[in-house]
Write a protein that binds this ligand. Structure first.
Ligand code: NA7
Length: 540
């Protein structure tokens, strides 16, 4: 192997939705030499790995895509309200082929370390295959939900059958006709449960926290509707990019308690019939995530639906959440109905914890052995920061990113960190909480604009100031504290990882406000960044 590093203008880490677009922007618009790396064997990021039965987006497909390629908006059509994992993967492959990006993506390659050298102003990247690259810029598009949380339950490794995490689903695993256990009932677990229950011999659901799940309202999209969407895409994207959660629906401005109880019930029923978790949470009333009374009104409406739907009262009781309706909203087709099936058993691990895993199944503390052929963990991810902890990233003066962050991550805009010049994160900690494709697109375009501006002006070093990073992180924390989300346990605050103290991982001000802030920062010549134009000798 050649010991000399290969020099590039920019490295992009990750070939998911963000990395694909970043490569395109930097290579085809900024004119840089770029290589993207991905540890997977193909593009797709989260949609490459999450191949479990039922995997699909739960934001309307017409806005779960890029907005930038106008021709593709006309040509590529989804068939149903929600795009399934294979469809999204096909779409991303089509984007990559259309823009001829594949030749600049190196697959099956994990970047293990990144080291910044101040004198040369270059980053050095080392891969798991021993290759070394240098680059002036690094964009990490690692995926906010790509580092698996795999609980270490006693005996886990003794199980005789497959033990799989949904985030690394083996392509050849078919659960049809098997006795399957699933741990976890988040958006992944509930999708798996709905999809797998009709095909398996028996499904045992190990539920820790009961979930509020509303119907998805999935349906085929008619040609007439799709033609209308094509005609109105400019308007649709305008609404997405100026809204709070970027999901395309009209967000409510009405406080729930400002209307009568009958009207509230009517609106909730309408939301229930329309389907979609984000729409139910943000489209029915404006203040479900903020006002405890409004939140309880929505929560008790959903609990009444559980009561009406689930035939066995004991199962209905276990499925009934009692905490705030303030986690990432979930929707599905027939989630609660699934528990009326004879081949589905619900175990509440809060009441009856898992004691151990044996070669043949899962034993709960009441002594029952649940016999299984396959054990599925839908236990989520070390969100936002997990992928950064897995890499050895050293910035100015050899400081490790993990040490800089200490016990909670921080950033400026979710994009940059003081002490790590010319390293830009797409969806780093404290990025905006919203539908991911428009959120990612926003950041990718902004980073590309910043890099383009630096190139034009001969600026060789772009670094967030310590004050900007602290200010943004504090603002995110203060905003989050106003939300009931901060009072529930979930990955959104990092509390799904055992031993983690609560931290703020998102900007909750909404996509529209986030974009406005980004615009103001550009108008103020990249306020919060130091831009240094000293000519750096490139010695490679
Ligand atoms: P989530 O939303 O983090 O859900 C994980 C689920 O796994 C949730 O029900 C957890 O219960 C449960 N869990 C986690 N650890 C354990 C242990 N140790 N024992 C039992 N149960 C456990 O992950 P998802 O993959 O569903 O979704 C993540 C995001 O990916 C999603 O929001 C989409 O944006 C895509 P808990 O609620 O913590 O009690």
């Amino acid at each position: 192997m050649n010991d000399r590093p290969t020099h590039l203008d920019s490295i992009v880490i990750g070939a998911g939705i963000a990395g694909i677009y970043m490569l395109h922007k930097l290579r085809d618009e900024a004119g840089l030499t770029v290589r993207a790396f991905d540890k997977a064997g193909d593009v797709g990021g989260t949609w490459y790995w999450n191949r479990y039965p039922g995997a699909a987006a739960d934001v309307d497909s017409i806005v779960y895509r890029y907005s930038f390629d106008k021709e593709m908006l006309r040509e590529w059509q989804w068939k149903t309200r929600y795009a399934t994992q294979p469809e999204i993967l096909d779409y991303l492959r089509a984007v990559v082929d259309r823009h001829d990006l594949r030749k600049d993506i190196q697959f099956d390659t994990a970047v293990q370390s990144l080291t910044y050298d101040e004198p040369s102003r270059l980053w050095t990247a080392r891969t798991d295959s021993g290759e070394v690259f240098t680059a002036r810029y690094v964009v990490s598009a690692l995926g906010p939900l790509s580092s698996a949380n795999f609980p270490d339950i006693p005996g886990r490794d003794t199980f005789a059958g497959p033990v799989v995490h949904t985030g690394a689903w083996p392509a050849d695993l078919d659960v049809a006709g098997k006795r399957v256990g699933i741990v976890g009932t988040g958006s992944t677990g509930t999708q798996f449960i709905c999809a797998a229950a009709p095909t398996v011999e028996h499904l045992t659901v190990f539920q820790r926290s009961a979930q509020y799940v509303v119907p998805s309202g999935d349906k085929p999209l008619s040609d007439t509707y799709l033609a209308e969407v094509r005609e109105n895409y400019d308007e649709i994207w305008e609404r997405v990019f100026t809204s709070r959660v970027g999901c395309g629906f009209q967000e409510s401005q009405t406080p729930a308690m400002s209307v009568s109880e009958a009207e509230r019930r009517r609106v909730f029923e309408e939301g229930w019939q329309a389907g979609n978790g984000f729409q139910f949470m943000f489209g029915t009333f404006a203040d479900l995530p903020f006002d405890p009374a409004a939140n309880e009104a929505a929560a008790s409406f959903i609990r009444s639906k559980i009561q009406q739907t689930v035939r066995d009262p004991e199962t209905a009781r276990k499925l009934m959440p009692t905490d705030y309706y303030a986690k990432r909203p979930i929707c599905n087709s027939g989630y609660y109905e699934t528990y009326n099936r004879d081949n589905v058993t619900l175990v509440s691990t809060k009441e009856n914890p898992i004691a151990r895993i044996t070669p043949t199944g899962v034993v709960t503390e009441d002594g029952t052995e649940h016999e299984l052929d396959v054990l599925v963990f839908a236990t989520g991810f070390d969100a936002m920061e997990g992928s950064y902890h897995r890499m050895d990233i050293r910035g100015r003066d050899g400081v490790r990113l993990g040490d800089h962050w200490g016990d909670a991550p921080s950033s400026y805009l979710g994009i940059a960190v003081n002490g790590f010049p010319n390293l830009f994160m797409v969806f780093g900690p404290n990025s905006v909480f919203c539908n991911l494709p428009p959120g990612l697109e926003t950041q990718v375009e902004w980073i590309a604009q910043l890099v383009g501006s630096a190139e034009e002006r001969g600026i060789t070093r772009v670094e967030a100031t310590a004050a900007a990073e602290e200010g943004w992180t504090t603002q995110c924390r203060e905003m989050a504290e106003h939300s009931l989300f901060a009072q529930t346990e979930s990955w959104i605050f990092g509390t799904n990882i055992p031993g983690r103290k609560r931290r703020t991982l998102f900007f909750f001000g909404g996509l529209g406000a986030y974009r406005e802030r980004l615009g103001e920062i550009v108008a103020a010549d990249y306020e919060g960044f130091t831009l240094d134009g000293r000519t750096a000798p490139v010695t490679v």
